[in-house]
Design a protein around this ligand. Structure first.
Ligand SMILES: [Zn+2]
Length: 104
């Protein structure tokens, strides 16, 4: 897993969403997939029902984590990370600006 966590911003490296950025909603470490806001969205038409007026429902679908790279919240650049131990915890740090990304 490319050390991407929920709440991170990622940049798409390949596929039809290449170059787009989005916020990670869900990570599935077992399947190595991500669900990202506004990326890989499927539109579904729903028929109107009693309590639901129907219409088009948008749902973000999971895709392979390898298609995305983490964007550093400090320098705003897509980057790989290194892991640094801070007070016994594994913290991710940016290889570009060397800032620790995770909150202590
Ligand atoms: Zn950085």
């Amino acid at each position: 897993m490319a050390n991407i966590k929920k709440g991170d911003t990622i940049l798409m490296l390949s596929g039809k969403n290449k170059g787009k950025k989005g916020k990670v909603i869900k990570v599935n470490p077992e399947k190595m997939t991500l669900i990202v806001e506004g990326i890989n969205v499927a539109k579904r038409h729903q028929k109107p029902m009693q309590k639901n007026p129907g219409g088009i429902i948008e749902k973000a679908l999971p895709f392979a984590a390898s298609k995305a790279i983490l964007v550093c919240p400090r320098c705003g650049k897509p980057t790989r990370i290194s892991v640094t131990k801070v007070e016994g915890k594994n913290m991710r740090s940016c290889l570009k600006c060397e800032e620790i990304m995770d909150k202590v």
